[in-house]
Design a binder for this molecule. Sequence first.
Ligand code: XIL
Length: 374
Amino acid sequence: MVSSLSRRELLSVAAASFAVGPASAFAADALAAAAARVGVAYGSAAVYPFLARDAGYRRALLRECAMLVCENANKMDAVLPRPDLVTYEGADATLALAAAGGMRMRGHTLVWHEAIPDWVRPRIAGPGAESFLRQWIRSAAGRYRGRFEAWDVVNEIVAPEEGRADGLRRSPWLAALGPRYIDLAFAILDEVDPSAAGVWNENDCEQAAPWMDARRSLVLQTLEGLKRRGVPIRRFGMQAHLYSTFPLDQEKLRAFLREIAGMGLAIEITELDVDDRAFPADIAARDRGVADLGRRFLDVVLDEPAVLNVVTWNLTDRGTWLNASPIRRRPDGLPQRALPLDDAFRPKPLREAMKRAFEGAPDHSKARAALRKT
Ligand code: XIL
């Protein structure tokens, strides 16, 4: 994907994004502006190479966001597509856009059971796993030292349904190095870029279902272990791919976030979107359902002062990953309407609901100042 852009196209991306200039920071009525008023950073995943090709998309990101994260470009399969190629084209172009708009960047993701290129699998199945991990983090995070405020060091590491007593996912990293791969990855990031907060990013902890209750307990127990062992973890990332098919229990969510904050950790909402499968095909009704679920979620999240950032998994419905996900796409085949802007970058009710949630939130500035140093 990354290598499909011509050199000329790449140069034009860099030129276009730099040309925008620092004066183009988010608009006065942007989502980022409403968030900033209560000390929260709002941002979005950015899709490369779409951002290279579409000036309207770049403008929308610059207009609404105070933070960007690469949807895929920092992942191992994007950076190391072949044994003879290391490419940061996508991540560099995204960072150039962020720099042009005065936006922060977060890194996603260093250690995941997905996005491992086939040629890497044998390398991490053998005795070379630890040195490969070191090399990878040195390269991936070292390149952006001092430029990324946080890194998702480990992503989606618990899977209680897989039956291990500790609830950890049976990933290639776990198979090679045992559970210590987690501690190790945080320690390596801390050596490579101590200014970047180490984040454990996890999915399916937001809503009310017995299996999600179990995941929340497991996350808390695992976080306690990390803290007890002195692992340099500074934040918990809650992905927040919300499901229209499950209820939201605000009190359970609130208690979960409180417990994490009580451990001295900051929290980020890292991949917010609302899968609208269970909502009607009618666009107005669907958009209301999406906005309402997003609002009920954010009202609780933003009550928690330890929450520093709210990042949606893209800004526009155009190209949302939900349409490609076999479990999430709509049975009627209609494209999902999961995000603040529609596919023509027009604001939707979710955007308004998010703005209202930011406007009604308590001020996070004090907690932010304290937590950003930890
Ligand atoms: C997804 C991307 O959105 C897709 O484009 C890609 O094909 C697969 O990965 N949780 C994560 C993200 O942590 O990295 C995933 O992103 C979505 C689920």
